[in-house]
Design a binder for this molecule. Structure first.
Ligand SMILES: Nc1ncnc2c1ncn2[C@@H]1O[C@H](COP(=O)(O)OP(=O)(O)OP(=O)(O)O)[C@@H](O)[C@H]1O
Ligand SMILES: [Mg+2]
Length: 337
C-alpha cells in the first residue's frame, strides 16, 4: 500500500515558489492498478517520483506498506528502490549494453552471483516473451520489445510496486495493447501494485481499477475508473474526458432529421437489457439508430446510442418517459414533436 499524506512539492522558478504538487492525500491499495491522469504540467510525474524518492517532498509524508519512507537515506533507500521498479516513455535502456547486460546490471548491484543472475534473466525474459533477444542491443529492438526489457529490468529484484510514467506513449496502438496486456498479467500473477501515469485515457479505461485526476498540482478527483468515467464529479474531469470522447452526431445530420432524437446512455447491468426492443413492443413505435457504441471500462459496459423515434406524438412522449426510467441517462437532442 502506498499512502500520500499532505504531500507537496515546490520548485523555485524565477525567484518564485510554485507548487508542482499541492497537498496530495490519498492511498493506493496493494495489488491494484492505479492510474493518474491530467493535463501536461499537472504534476503527475513529480508526484509519481515521490514514491521512490527520486523526488524529495517539500512537506508531507509518503508511506509504503505502512512505513514512513519520506526520510529514507542510503541503505534503506537502496532497498526501497529495489522493491519499486520504474519504467518510462522512452524506455531508458543503456544503448551500449545488450538486453542481458541491461538486466544483469541491476542484479549485480543487488549482490546477485553470476549463476543467480543467469537464472533470473532467463526467467524474466521468458516472462516478458523475449527469450530469443538476450544478446540483442536496444537499437535492434522494436519500441514494444524495448519496453518489455525495461519491464523485466524493473522487476528483476522482485519489485512489489511498478511505477510507469507514460509507458505506452511512444508506442502504436497494437504494441500499446500488448504492453498493457503484459502489465495486467504481471499484476494478476504476482500481485504487483502498478501505478501508471498516462495522457491516454484509453489506457486507464483498459487496465486500471481506480484512478486519480490531477489539475495544476492538485488531485481533483479520485475513484473507481468506471465511476470516474461514467459519472465524473468535477468540471475539470468532464473537460478532460470530453477531449477523448468525440462521440456526437454531426450538426448537419441533426439539422436534417425529423422527429425526436434522443441520446441514451446504458451503464453496467442495464447495458445488457434489450430495452429498445421492449419499448418498441410496448408503445408500438419505431427506432432508427443513428450512431452507437458500447465500450468496456474495467470490464463493465458503457453504451451510448443516438436514436430517432418514429411514431405518434403522444405515444412518443410516453416512450421517452419509459426510456428515461430504464436507462442510465436520456437526453433529448432534438424535440421534433
Ligand atoms: N526539477 C524541476 N524544477 C523546476 N520545475 C519543475 C521540475 N520538475 C517539474 N517541474 C515543473 O513542475 C510542473 C509539473 O511537472 P510534471 O513533470 O510533474 O508534470 P506532468 O503532469 O508529468 O506533465 P507531462 O504530462 O507533460 O509529463 C511543471 O510545471 C514543471 O515545469
Ligand atoms: Mg510527466
Amino acid at each position: 500500500m502506498i499512502e500520500f499524506k499532505n504531500v507537496s512539492v515546490s520548485f523555485k522558478q524565477d525567484k518564485q515558489i510554485f507548487a508542482a504538487v499541492n497537498d496530495a492525500n490519498f492511498k493506493i491499495k496493494k495489488g491494484e492498478i492505479f492510474g493518474i491522469a491530467g493535463s501536461s504540467g499537472a504534476g503527475k510525474s513529480t508526484l509519481l517520483r515521490t514514491i521512490n524518492l527520486l523526488q524529495t517532498v517539500s512537506s508531507g509524508q509518503i508511506f509504503v506498506d505502512g512505513e514512513n519512507v519520506t526520510n529514507y537515506k542510503k541503505t534503506q533507500l537502496r532497498i526501497l528502490r529495489r522493491n519499486i521498479g520504474m519504467i518510462f516513455q522512452h524506455f531508458n535502456l543503456a544503448r551500449n549494453l545488450t538486453v542481458y547486460q541491461n538486466i544483469a546490471f541491476v542484479l549485480k548491484a543487488a549482490g546477485k552471483s553470476k549463476s543467480e543472475t543467469d537464472a533470473r534473466i532467463s526467467e524474466l525474459l521468458g516472462l516478458v516473451n523475449l527469450s530469443d533477444k538476450k544478446n540483442s542491443y536496444p537499437a535492434n529492438l522494436s519500441g514494444g520489445e524495448k519496453q518489455r526489457v525495461a519491464i523485466a529490468r524493473a522487476l528483476a529484484n522482485d519489485a512489489k510496486i511498478l511505477l510507469c510514467d507514460e509507458p505506452t506513449s511512444a508506442l502504436d496502438l497494437e504494441t500499446t495493447s500488448s504492453i498493457l496486456g503484459l502489465l495486467k498479467d504481471l499484476n494478476k500473477k504476482f500481485g504487483i501494485t502498478i501505478v501508471i501515469i498516462t495522457h491516454e485515457l484509453d489506457v486507464i479505461k483498459g487496465i486500471c481499477n481506480r484512478c486519480a485526476v490531477m489539475n495544476k498540482g492538485s488531485v481533483v478527483e479520485i475513484g473507481d475508473v468506471y465511476a470516474v468515467f461514467t459519472k465524473p464529479r468535477e468540471a475539470f474531469t468532464r473537460q478532460l474526458l470530453s477531449h477523448t470522447n468525440h462521440f456526437s452526431l454531426p450538426k448537419e445530420i441533426l439539422d436534417k432529421m425529423e422527429g425526436p432524437i434522443i441520446r441514451l446512455t446504458f451503464k453496467g447491468d442495464n447495458a445488457n437489457n434489450p430495452i429498445l426492443y421492449y419499448t418498441a413492443n410496448a408503445f408500438q413505435i419505431g427506432f432508427n439508430i443513428l450512431l452507437g457504441k458500447i465500450e468496456y471500462i474495467n470490464g463493465l459496459p458503457l453504451g451510448i446510442l443516438y436514436v430517432q423515434l418514429i411514431g405518434e406524438a403522444d405515444t412518443l412522449k410516453l416512450a421517452i418517459d419509459y426510456l428515461a426510467e430504464n436507462t442510465a441517462d436520456l437526453e433529448v437532442i432534438n424535440h421534433g414533436l
